[in-house]
Write a protein that binds this ligand. Structure first.
Ligand SMILES: *Cc1c(COP(=O)(O)O)cnc(C)c1O
Length: 371
């Protein structure tokens, strides 16, 4: 079965094999593996050893996003969140439940965040300390302009928390060039093609120092994690880490380098997305998002306008043919979502499109017009 979902993704056999050992997380050998992984990820984020550190917690992406909000936005502090889609909304909820004040900035479902709109919102309200931005909005598939939004925040003297969960490893990131970013957040199981269970932040050391005591949580305090690393060594976690997932991530990073690094990975994902897009157009279906802003990570297809359309039937029919896609709607209009990331190639995408044609036939859907 190939997972064509935006995480967890299909992984290579070497990544799975790296997990089948008993590992002692506080053993010195394991600590050096952890340090190696964390340092490589800091470099991948364009971070510098004297300015940035990678912090990892066991858990899913939401855990590290909440940890970053709690750590960098003080209690009662205000966060401006462009509502890019489901993940923008999720960031707002995490912030609200943590007692932070959220101001939302509406964004059209088929639009990128406009830097001018962010600038205007920041100018209108001096009490906004942070912008919370989703790099690749996994709900819509649109990739937002981190450089441009970051530049606006920088010019206005505000900070940025970047949800790069579905972008990291494929989309460019240069944290030294963007000092307004307190932390870039990501997990092992998306574009890095590792396993789920490990969430990470590449964060600014000066900001961690300045934000001690903000978090109102021990387990989700990035400043405390950093402090612990200073005292005990940064390969030693405070609580039991998912050691097998870290080991798998190291194997995944080896494969990442062997593939040719970030640019090669991005090129493969772009080729996957284009193959899928050409294929669904040939079936008479239409993408949700205009080509000019369609990102390479996830692809939403408008559902055929046919009374026989049923997402669950379609998903099950594809599953019987070896492909798993998302089984819930992510957009306002009915659609189906396909992930273009993971250890999959354009050939896999061609086979997936053939399976989609068969699934539609099985459902007797012949009119491929969309709503
Ligand atoms: C996957 C994802 C997350 C985290 O989701 P989890 O299920 O908590 O791992 C956060 N933001 C974006 C943009 C994502 O794609």
């Amino acid at each position: 079965m190939l997972l064509l979902i935006p995480g967890p993704v299909t992984t290579r056999p070497e990544v799975k094999a790296a997990m089948c050992y008993d590992l002692a997380p506080w053993d010195r050998d394991f600590a050096s593996i952890t340090v190696d992984v964390l340092e490589r990820l800091r470099d991948l984020a364009g971070g510098r050893p004297d300015q940035h550190v990678t912090l990892a917690i066991g858990g899913s992406g939401h855990f590290i996003i909440e940890a970053a909000i709690r750590t960098f936005v003080p209690e009662g502090g205000k966060l401006l969140v462009p509502v890019t889609g489901q993940y923008g909304e999720r960031m707002m909820r995490l912030a609200r439940e943590a007692g932070r004040v959220v101001l939302s900035l509406p964004v059209g479902e088929t639009e990128r965040v406009a830097p001018e709109a962010v600038a205007a919102a920041l100018a209108a309200d001096r009490s906004i300390g942070h912008v919370g931005l989703v790099y690749s909005e996994t709900g819509t598939g649109i990739v937002h302009d981190v450089e441009a939004i970051g530049a606006v925040a920088r010019a206005a003297g505000r900070r940025v928390i970047l949800d790069a969960v579905s972008a990291f490893g494929a989309m460019p990131l240069d944290l030294v060039a963007q000092p307004e970013i307190d932390a870039a957040l990501f997990t092992a199981n998306k574009c890095l093609e590792g396993m789920p269970g490990l969430a990470m932040a590449v964060a600014r050391i000066d900001r961690l120092r300045a934000c001690e005591g903000n978090a109102q949580s021990w387990s989700l305090d990035l400043a405390d994690m950093w402090h612990n690393g200073q005292v005990n060594g940064c390969g030693y976690a405070r609580f039991t880490p998912p050691a097998q997932v870290i080991s798998a991530l190291r194997a995944a990073l080896g494969l990442y380098d062997a593939e040719g690094g970030r640019q090669a990975r991005l090129a493969r994902y772009q080729a996957n997305m284009r193959t899928l897009r050409d294929g669904i157009r040939a079936l008479g279906l239409h993408p949700c998002v205009p080509d000019a802003i369609q990102g390479p990570i996830v692809f939403n297809v408008l559902a055929p306008h046919d009374p026989r359309w049923d997402l669950h039937h379609f998903v099950e029919a594809l599953k019987r043919r070896g492909f798993l896609i998302s089984n819930f709607y992510n957009t306002r209009l009915p659609s189906f979502r396909v992930g273009c990331i993971g250890a999959v190639t354009p050939d896999d995408m061609r086979r997936a499109v053939a399976a989609m044609a068969e699934a539609l036939d099985e459902m007797h859907i012949r009119t491929r017009e969309t709503v």
